[in-house]
Write a protein that binds this ligand. Sequence first.
Ligand SMILES: CCCCCCCC(=O)SCCNC(=O)CCNC(=O)[C@H](O)C(C)(C)COP(=O)(O)OP(=O)(O)OC[C@H]1O[C@@H](n2cnc3c(N)ncnc32)[C@H](O)[C@@H]1OP(=O)(O)O
Length: 236
Amino acid sequence: MRDDELFSFEDARQRLGESFDPLPVPAIPPADPDLDRVVVELRRLRDASAALAMSEVELGDIADRLGEVASLLESRVAGPADRLETMWKGAGTRRSNPVSGPENPIAPPVDFVGCDDGSVMATVTLGPAYQGPPGCVHGGISALIIDHMMGLANHWGGRYGMTAHYELDYRSPTPLLQPLTFRCWVHEVDGRKTWTHGTIHAGDRLCVEARGLFLEASVPVPGQPGTRSTVADGSQ
Ligand SMILES: CCCCCCCC(=O)SCCNC(=O)CCNC(=O)[C@H](O)C(C)(C)COP(=O)(O)OP(=O)(O)OC[C@H]1O[C@@H](n2cnc3c(N)ncnc32)[C@H](O)[C@@H]1OP(=O)(O)O
């Protein structure tokens, strides 16, 4: 097989044959609209804070005001252990995962689309909060997004599993502040094993190639004795 064939998604669906039976992810149930608004505001703070160091802002006053809000929230929300249990109810972690979760301020967020060709695709522009080399996306952020997206591509291809092995080639710098196209697709399946590939492009330029091996597996769900999650659909 030629190297470029390893990174061709166009025949992903054909390659999967009869086993390509997309399992659409149901729409995320809406939450209290004010909850989503809170996270939108937190993301604005995240992006603004990346530029504070050289600003003219009176930072002492800002720190005091943010501290008041943080104290108010901390005194009223469940602790991390309780939250780990409740976040598996309803939409599961689809609302809280660090890549696309509307409740997670560190999620850029990334919105994914399942394509007829068997791949999953997303276009996202990342800002300075995700910087690694000057003006470029941190390599770990690229890895985070693709790993998560491979899980969705597996789901879209009728597969599931946990990442057992994952490798990336960073082919050229991945720019901040420009639209990036992420694409992932199931490359090969064998029993419990799914090999999934992914790419990031800036325009026509290839930035990252990734390969992952996923193994069918399950883990216990916090707070639900006897229940295990297969990481099949992003929630259960
Ligand atoms: C929808 C949203 C999705 C989000 C997706 C996010 C994806 C993730 O980040 S998952 C989190 C990161 N991954 C993990 O934490 C996994 C931790 N690892 C594990 O739990 C285990 O190693 C697990 C379950 C993957 C495999 O364990 P186990 O089932 O015992 O596998 P095991 O029986 O040893 O091996 C099965 C086969 O896989 C192969 N294999 C196992 N691990 C590897 C590996 N790292 N590299 C290559 N091959 C491997 C074995 O050689 C064996 O092959 P064969 O059957 O041909 O002999």
